[in-house]
Design a protein around this ligand. Structure first.
Ligand code: NAG
Ligand code: NAG
Ligand code: NAG
Ligand code: NAG
Ligand code: NAG
Ligand code: NAG
Ligand code: NAG
Length: 407
């Protein structure tokens, strides 16, 4: 029931067992008790050569004893390098001569080097398109026959300075294929909207992921591009750095609460390893309309991660500049949006999907006030308080051991 082998959303039907109900209460409680942490967050476009679009965005989030750096760029395929340091004074150094050279090793540095506690990267390598017409009932979960993918390294990207909004701490990379013989993107574009936060909260737009000051959000949207078939499904190929021979782990969390993302009871995560570590987190849902709602929700399927050779991937200069060219291993996975049935990109030529990227323990939704209210009525408030109080102690331990198990 909870495993989403079927259409990856738990659409509508569900009936939690008492055991599950309790364990959900357990895993939700301690996070609800954490205090809010705020950070001084700044967004800065790092100027490059005058004739190149300005496409290096530095998000710096300073806390009492730490600084997080998110460096987003559309030099090559859209990529982000995330770095966590244990000092409020760490800085990003960019050497453009080096970054734009054929061998960018060392062109991007966070100093002092010994303050770095964690670093990794994501590269959005390709926009995938599949023909889902004529899919049999049995194969309906597969996206269909692939069309040749669009390499995002061969896109032209806008000057992000124009979209930089210090009030909302956001900026948007907008791109289209440099070479577009069929004019598929004549009226369309692919956008990567990046947003940082100085405190925790939840955006108004679904999927309303809970963010903290340690995270930044990415919303990918495909708007107005002509699909190559009547029933095209789209997808994204994502690459990340491996850890030695292993790939980061992919994990699913389940909840009984869908108040913030109607009918989605699942949260997917990619975890890079032991603390202090990083994560990518998303709801397995995308939307085929700007006002994301239940009617326009599409399931989002993530493939398992596969190790891959660096040579088969388009090169990301910022990733090579920070991590060096040689001793890195990469892992890739595909995200595909929609099924051959139900709503799709074809409705309005619109598709959007969001994720969070962060460092530290991933934010986890506490049960919403509505669900807590229902539980309080169902269990009786005194019983609930007793249960909650007793379990908090138990859980400090549980939280720790759960983390160990992930590694
Ligand atoms: C990018 O936009 C900013 C503000 O509009 C402008 O100052 C800058 O020169 C632009 N850069 C390029 C390379 O066009
Ligand atoms: C920051 O560091 C100081 C001194 O090392 C320590 O006392 C304090 O607890 C730390 N604060 C946080 C929030 O980690
Ligand atoms: C920047 O990189 C170039 C080429 O790698 C190098 O010659 C130059 O000394 C570097 N500049 C600084 C300030 O480190
Ligand atoms: C659809 O599938 C049927 C049976 O497999 C096949 O005969 C037909 O040619 C297919 N149509 C298209 C447009 O691929
Ligand atoms: C792009 O939009 C214009 C005006 O709305 C329209 O005439 C044209 O056919 C569109 N092109 C494509 C490839 O959709
Ligand atoms: C797409 O749909 C139109 C109208 O329904 C139809 O004429 C056309 O053959 C379809 N194209 C494909 C590739 O299935
Ligand atoms: C992603 O999809 C493409 C196109 O279908 C395929 O070639 C590739 O092997 C897939 N990668 C993974 C990791 O599943």
């Amino acid at each position: 029931m909870w495993g989403c082998a079927e259409p990856c959303l738990g659409w509508g039907h569900f009936a939690p067992s008492p055991v599950l109900f309790l364990s959900l209460l357990l895993s939700a409680a301690p996070f609800g008790l954490l205090g809010e942490e705020t950070r001084q967050v700044s967004l800065e476009v790092i100027p490059g050569w005058p004739d190149l679009p300005q496409n290096l965005l530095h998000i710096r989030a300073v806390g009492t004893n730490s600084t997080l750096h998110y460096v987003w760029s559309s030099l090559g395929p859209p990529s982000v390098v995330l770095v966590a340091t244990n000092t409020p004074h760490s800085v990003l150094k960019v050497n453009w001569t080096c970054l734009l050279s054929p061998n960018p090793d060392g062109g991007l540095m966070v100093l002092p080097k010994d303050s770095i506690q964690f670093s990794s990267a994501l590269i959005f390598t390709r926009l995938l398109e599949f023909d889902s017409t004529n899919m049999s009932e049995a194969a309906a979960q597969l996206p269909g026959k692939p069309y040749p993918p669009y390499s995002l390294a061969e896109f032209s990207w806008n000057n992000i300075t124009d979209s930089l909004d210090p009030a909302t701490l956001s900026a948007t990379f907008r791109g289209f294929p440099t070479h577009d013989p069929t004019k598929a993107f004549a009226n369309g574009s692919l956008t990567f909207k990046v947003q940082a936060f100085s405190r925790s909260g939840r955006p108004a737009q679904p999927p309303r992921l809970l963010h903290t000051a340690e995270t930044c959000q990415l919303e990918v949207a495909l708007v107005g591009a002509s699909p190559r078939g009547n029933h095209s499904l789209f997808g994204l190929e994502v690459a990340t750095l491996g850890q030695g021979p292993d790939c980061p782990s992919m994990q699913e969390q389940h909840s009984i609460d869908d108040e913030y993302t109607p009918s989605v009871f699942q949260l997917d995560q990619l975890l890079w390893g032991s603390l202090p570590s990083g994560f990518m987190q998303w709801r397995p849902v995308a939307f085929s309309q700007k006002q994301g709602n239940r009617e326009s929700a599409l399931p989002c399927h993530a493939s398992p991660l596969h190790p891959t050779s660096e040579y088969s991937l388009p090169k990301s200069p910022i990733v090579q500049a920070f991590f060096g060219g040689s001793q890195n291993s990469f892992c890739v996975f595909n995200l595909t949006f929609g099924t051959s049935r139900g709503p799709g990109y074809w409705d309005q030529y619109y598709l959007s999907w969001s994720m969070l990227l962060g460092v530290g323990p991933p934010p986890l939704d506490a049960l919403s006030p509505l669900v807590l209210g229902i539980m309080a009525v169902a269990l009786g408030a005194p019983g609930l308080m007793l249960l909650g109080g007793g379990l908090i102690l138990l859980l400090r331990h549980k939280q720790y051991s759960e983390y160990q198990a992930i590694n």
